[in-house]
Design a protein around this ligand. Structure first.
Ligand SMILES: C[S@@+](CC[C@H](N)C(=O)[O-])C[C@H]1O[C@@H](n2cnc3c(N)ncnc32)[C@H](O)[C@@H]1O
Length: 243
């Protein structure tokens, strides 16, 4: 796997910690990575990577991969890419992929920015980022993954009809993301300027969402498109602060 992304970036949205890896996760990383793992260079030809032509979805920062695996198991007609920099999370995802014998998932142990740089233009049918690291301290806001250059890179990769789903329980990050989307060239919040989307029914409740809800946090959802496309799955919008 790609432990050393090709293009070092000055400010990262993560801090790599060793983390605790179970023996099963370690085994899965050794045995199953050749089949399910990819590096950004492989993304130049997604059809070759998956061995078939199919709609392509990207989940950024998959954590343990629970939502990615559920999506791949449910939507077998589509190809699913997941990127994550935390190795134990990738190991956990691999264990589930092996158990379900999924052949429509590929994992990237790489920075999402490098993944977006490597994907062909207009190759994604959709992308999602759920509960990204919030970096709540003001001096750390520059580490937040959703930023103007990220939106430009993602817009290049998304097809004209594609959507981007975003969720966070950090109210400040949510407001910032809504404002950045409203201000980014070509991007449109599909629920209206600075409006929240309904929770996507297709997302399972991950560990992070469950923890946020247990703590009584509001979960803010955004649904946006970079090309004012045809994706209209968002309805029933509410204004920021009223969710
Ligand atoms: C708070 S966790 C949420 C995980 C998952 N989306 C969920 O809802 O359970 C955020 C994840 O994003 C990953 N991450 C942070 N920056 C990243 C980047 N630049 N590229 C890929 N993954 C990243 C972290 O390692 C972490 O696992």
């Amino acid at each position: 796997m790609n432990d050393h992304p090709a293009q070092p970036r000055a400010i990262r949205s993560y801090v790599l910690r060793a983390g605790r890896m179970t023996p099963a996760q370690q085994r899965a990383l050794e045995a199953a990575w050749p089949r399910y793992g990819a590096v950004p260079d492989d993304l130049g030809d997604p059809v070759a990577l998956f061995g078939r032509r199919a709609p392509l979805y990207l989940e950024i920062g998959i954590g343990n991969g629970d939502n990615l695996v559920a999506a791949a198991a449910r939507e077998r007609h589509a190809n699913h890419l997941g990127c994550e920099v935390h190795r134990p999370g990738l190991g956990h995802a691999l264990l589930q992929i092996e158990r379900l014998a999924l052949d429509n998932v590929r994992l990237l142990g790489a920075d999402a920015n490098d993944v977006l740089d490597a994907l062909p233009a207009a190759s994604l049918d959709g992308a999602a980022m759920y509960f990204p690291d919030p970096w709540p301290k003001k001096r750390h806001h520059k580490r937040r993954l959703l930023a103007t250059p990220f939106l430009a890179a993602l817009a290049r990769c998304l097809k004209p009809s594609a959507c981007f789903w975003f969720a966070t329980d950090d109210a400040d990050y949510a407001r910032q993301a809504a404002e950045l989307i409203d201000g980014a060239p070509g991007w449109r919040n599909l629920c209206g300027a600075r409006a929240w989307a309904p929770r996507p029914h297709r997302r399972i409740v991950t560990r992070f969402e469950a923890r946020a809800r247990r703590a009584g946090h509001v979960v803010y959802e955004l649904l946006a498109a970079p090309h004012a496309g045809e994706c209209a799955r968002g309805a029933g919008a509410t204004r920021p602060g009223k969710t």
